[in-house]
Design a protein around this ligand. Structure first.
Ligand code: ATP
Length: 243
């Protein structure tokens, strides 16, 4: 079933409307990318799904967000996390004074199945083979690429059903961007995970996705399969750098 946003409006502080009748679907097991220029409303969309608008004095004022048929509109973030929706926020928020290992275990803090936790840790290491060498390092001293791997690894330790990533490639060198997206694509395939991704780096993101949406001014203006996006002239011009 997956995630559905139907005609969703979001308003901040009771006055600033940012999302305008946004419609978006993330089917189970799919990887969906949300593209759009700065300020289009992409992060707002992700926060609306995860229940994180309240801390910004925002709320969904119209429309519905459902997860596997259950209404989660304006839901409690801890409850939504409990339903398997795990969001990696923009801006690399590792717990910088803790070690890499401690950060990873924070992702598993609600779990009691210790043997399975250990097996999941090994799977995270198979996706990000650099992490085992970094376990005792203080997370605040990692490079940007290492931090991003740690954040995705930490999210996987929570056993998500829907993994939400906000601009994971931000600030990374092109070679690292490619490696990161390959790892995300592999995780999605091997874990059967559903992934919703906001990304400026459209080329790398579209290459791994099943479907994509383009948002402008808080509205979805275009959507389609990977092939449809790649052959769309506006997407080529504005997001893929063709002219
Ligand atoms: P970016 O790529 O720059 O992160 P975005 O597409 O993710 O952009 P949002 O961060 O969702 O866009 O912001 C959309 C609009 O909402 C912007 O005009 C922004 O100024 C406004 N906005 C975001 N958060 C708030 C807030 N807490 N209060 C008021 N306006 C906000």
């Amino acid at each position: 079933m997956g995630l559905t946003l139907s005609n969703v409006d979001v308003v901040y502080g009771g006055v600033i409307q940012v999302l305008r009748s946004a419609n978006l679907e993330v089917p189970d097991g799919a990887m969906v990318v949300l593209l759009g220029s700065n300020g289009a409303g992409k992060t707002t969309t992700l926060k609306a799904i995860s229940g994180l608008l309240h801390s910004d004095l925002g709320e969904v004022t119209a429309g519905r967000i459902t997860l596997d048929g259950t209404d989660i509109t304006n839901g409690d973030p801890y409850d939504i996390f409990g339903r398997g929706v795990v969001q990696v926020l923009e801006g690399r928020k590792v717990l910088e004074h803790l070690t890499v290992e401690q950060n990873l275990m924070v992702g598993a803090h609600r779990r009691t199945d210790q043997a399975q936790v250990k097996a999941d840790l090994d799977r995270v290491f198979s996706y990000f083979p650099r992490l085992p060498d970094l376990l005792k390092r203080t997370a605040g001293y990692l490079s940007g690429g290492e931090m991003q791997m740690l954040l995705i690894g930490r999210a996987l330790m929570a056993r998500p059903k829907l993994l939400i990533l906000d601009e994971p490639s931000m600030g990374l060198a092109p070679i690292l961007v490619e490696q990161l997206f390959e790892a995300i694509g592999r995780i999605k395939r091997e874990e059967g995970l559903t992934v919703l991704l906001v990304e400026q780096n459209a080329r790398a993101a579209i290459a791994q996705c099943d479907y994509g949406y383009v948002m402008e001014g808080g509205r979805i203006v275009l959507h389609g399969t990977r092939e449809q996006l790649e052959s769309n002239q506006d997407v080529q011009e504005f997001y893929l750098g063709f002219s």
